[in-house]
Design a protein around this ligand. Structure first.
Ligand code: ASP
Length: 625
């Protein structure tokens, strides 16, 4: 087929822009053939670019030569069309199309490129596409209007965030991709060094250390739309590389940082056409666990109600409930009457493991028969309305001898209290999971997850350390640069001596760390950082790092901390997730131009791939096959 050159032809309009007010003028459009209809003497072509579609008409009577050329055109061919904008006649207007009042009568056609028959037609919204095919032919998938809208939304939101942060005095600074391991709790992606055989760079899990060094460097306010790389276990909707809105500032309080984040989220949501309420409410981690059984509460549904004080002793006896542990009621609104069968199906909501920690009672009518006063009070306290489902959750009575392990160094009373708190939290957290399972199950009835309700929340005062069951030791909950509350320094001194004790004082330490949560999803976390070298060294020690190891891994950082490090803090929010929510997209892959699959592969580029022996040799790497 004879193709034309573009030459110096320029487009005058984009395909989605032409309006009735343009009627009578001659315009030039360029784009792809979205659809072609041949009606004999008339050929209609929907010409598409990223802005939309305009209908082009090739009329045999008025321009036989053009009509002839158009007859070879097929879907996805690339055209430049010059022609007269005409008002469509009454019956042929299409109110669903922005350009539906006009059409362009072609007087000149350049055939800029042809196309193989694609595996799917980007302009055909009626077929359900297989995701693997979409990812393999991503460039065709990107031509679909839905993808254009998502990518445009991402651009608009990112720009709004950039502009907001710049207006607040933040500098955008790039930090290296080829660096050394940053401890965010995941596995590193490693890059072998050719020049230093046997040595590796790590791709950053986050710019954490660099941004802290920028604060030591006096830059005062930094941000970056930063790519992060984490080799985590595969899970649907997790990307090995993802983007964070990362920021850090000097001399902040938590309020300063929260204000900046609320400001840029407001800018982002406004850019997407939504208004959000500020300031966001705040809740300490311990309260979140007691009320929601989770550190990222979804505020669209009611909190759990503590009913321990309301259940009479004989009820605990009859229901075989452990009297020392929490008793809560979960309220799921507007569920309505449940059949016996539906109630029976609730049993499957708990795994065997969960059933060892909690038991539940979902037949309040029956409970009411035995303890009418108590149940009436519980109904009232939980705010139950007609049709709401109430489920009482408690710990099963365990008559086995109590756990006799004692804390290694901590005082026995305090250790017993901490053990008790761990048991209580296990009940709350399992109850919280049941709350979410019920919320999901009855989503169609309470409808709380439908519509565009945005409930933001700050969760603050997280534990500094987390017990790692597998390695029987304490590990950091956020990352090891997180400051603890000043009045918890004593607990740190006590706790470093009991690193392998699950009831160690380390578990009671609360951090100056905060998460921003939206509708039950964690959007980001941050903290006020440690800026004193001795405190930082002690944290490393509490994490079981010898002095030697500290020097090896973080020597440069411990050194830097000794040169007048100012108090500083920051946060990072997942940009992909924010855009996904704003675009109403079902998966992260919908808002990333070139995503990876859940198995961390790129189906289009076919990556990862083996490399040649010569490349391996250069890198001094041998592969075990
Ligand atoms: N670097 C941390 C993260 O990626 C966030 C922060 O503390 O600023 O989770």
């Amino acid at each position: 087929m004879q193709l034309d050159f573009l030459g110096d032809l320029k487009r005058t309009h984009r395909c989605g822009e032409v309006r009735l007010s343009d009627a009578g003028s001659t315009i030039t459009l360029m784009g792809w053939v979205s659809r072609r209809r041949d009606h004999g003497n008339l050929i209609f072509i929907d010409l598409r670019d990223r802005s939309g579609i305009t209908q082009i008409v090739f009329d045999k009577e008025r321009n036989p030569e053009m009509h002839e050329r158009a007859s070879v055109v097929r879907n996805e061919y690339v055209l430049a069309v010059t022609g007269l904008v005409e008002s469509r006649s009454e019956g042929t207007r299409n109110p669903k199309m922005e350009t539906g009042e006009i059409e362009v009568l072609a007087s000149e056609l350049k055939l800029l490129n042809e196309s193989k028959v694609p595996p799917f037609f980007p302009g055909d919204a009626s077929v359900t596409l297989n995701e693997e095919v979409r990812l393999k032919y991503r460039y065709l998938d990107l031509r679909r209007p839905e993808m254009h809208a998502n990518i445009e939304m991402r651009h608009r939101v990112t720009l709004a965030i950039r502009n907001y942060l710049a207006s607040e005095g933040f500098y955008e600074v790039e930090t290296p991709y080829m660096t050394r391991s940053t401890p965010e709790g995941a596995r590193d992606y490693l890059v072998p060094s050719r020049v230093h055989p046997g040595e590796f760079y790590a791709l950053p899990q986050s710019p954490q250390i660099f941004k802290q060094l920028l604060m030591i460097g006096g830059l005062d306010r930094y941000f970056q739309i930063a790519r992060c790389f984490r080799d985590e276990d595969l899970r649907a909707d997790r990307q090995p590389e993802f983007t964070q809105v990362d920021l850090e500032l000097t001399f902040p309080t938590e309020e300063t940082i929260h204000g900046v984040v609320e400001g840029f989220l407001n800018a982002a949501f406004t850019a997407a056409g939504y208004t959000i309420e500020r300031p966001f409410p705040q809740m300490a981690y311990d309260e979140a666990i007691r009320l929601y059984g989770i550190d990222k509460p979804d505020l669209r549904l009611p909190a759990m109600t503590d009913v321990k004080a309301l259940l009479p002793a004989d009820a605990l006896e009859t229901l075989l409930i452990d009297p020392s542990l929490p008793m809560v009621v979960i309220r799921t609104p507007k569920v309505g009457e449940l059949s016996r069968k539906e109630r029976d199906e609730h049993k499957a909501l708990l795994s065997e493991k969960q059933s060892r920690v909690i038991k539940f009672f979902d037949d309040f009518k029956r409970l009411e028969k035995s303890w009418p006063d108590a149940i009436a009070k519980i109904r009232e306290l939980s705010g139950a309305e007609e049709g709401d489902l109430l489920v009482l959750v408690a710990a099963p009575r365990n008559d086995a001898p109590t756990n006799t392990e004692t804390a290694a160094v901590s005082s026995v009373d305090a250790a017993a209290e901490r053990r008790h708190q761990r048991d209580c939290y296990a009940v709350y957290s399992n109850a919280g999971q049941l709350r979410l399972a019920l919320a999901q199950r009855y989503g169609a009835r309470h409808k709380a997850f439908e519509g565009k309700t945005y409930k933001f929340l700050w969760v603050t005062d997280f534990p500094s350390f987390e017990w790692d069951e597998e390695h029987a030791t304490w590990t950091f909950a956020h990352h090891p640069f997180t400051s603890l509350h000043e009045d918890h320094m004593g607990l740190l001194d006590e706790g470093v001596k009991a690193q392998h004790d699950p009831n160690s004082a380390l578990g009671a330490i609360r951090a100056r760390a905060y998460d921003v949560v939206l509708n039950g999803t964690e959007l980001g976390s941050g903290s006020i950082r440690i800026h004193q070298q001795d405190v930082q060294a002690k944290i490393f020690e509490a994490l079981g790092m010898s002095e030697e190891e500290q020097k090896l891994r973080f020597g440069f950082f411990l050194e830097a901390l000794q040169y007048g490090t100012p108090p500083h803090g920051g946060i990072a929010l997942g940009l992909d997730r924010i855009v996904m929510i704003l675009a109403g997209a079902p998966s992260l892959r919908e808002i990333i131009a070139f995503p990876k699959t859940a198995a961390a592969t790129d189906l289009m580029m076919d990556a990862p791939t083996p490399v040649t022996d010569a490349q391996l040799k250069e890198l001094s790497i041998a592969i075990k096959r």
